[in-house]
Unconditional design. Structure first.
Length: 75
């Protein structure tokens, strides 16, 4: 499962794989425990998560050009 959460340090939205307990923000490199963060959306696949993130960013005025990085995902 993939979740969309907000970094408590810089406020940037980020995607996280719930297989892991922590996530580092790609904007400020702050590491957080996922269970402590508010979840803004959930998706079963990386593709669905990307589309959901695009909609959330567009709603906030960020546009449709969001492209996530999945550096820590296992195949």
């Amino acid at each position: 499962m993939y979740v969309i959460v907000r970094c408590p340090s810089c406020g940037d939205l980020m995607l996280a794989n719930t297989v892991y307990q922590t996530r580092s923000c790609s904007n400020c490199n702050h590491r957080v425990m996922l269970r402590t963060l508010r979840v803004y959306g959930k998706a079963k696949t990386p593709g669905e998560a990307t589309e959901l993130m695009k909609r959330i960013k567009a709603k906030e005025g960020g546009g449709e050009d969001y492209t996530p990085t999945f550096r820590h995902l296992k195949p």
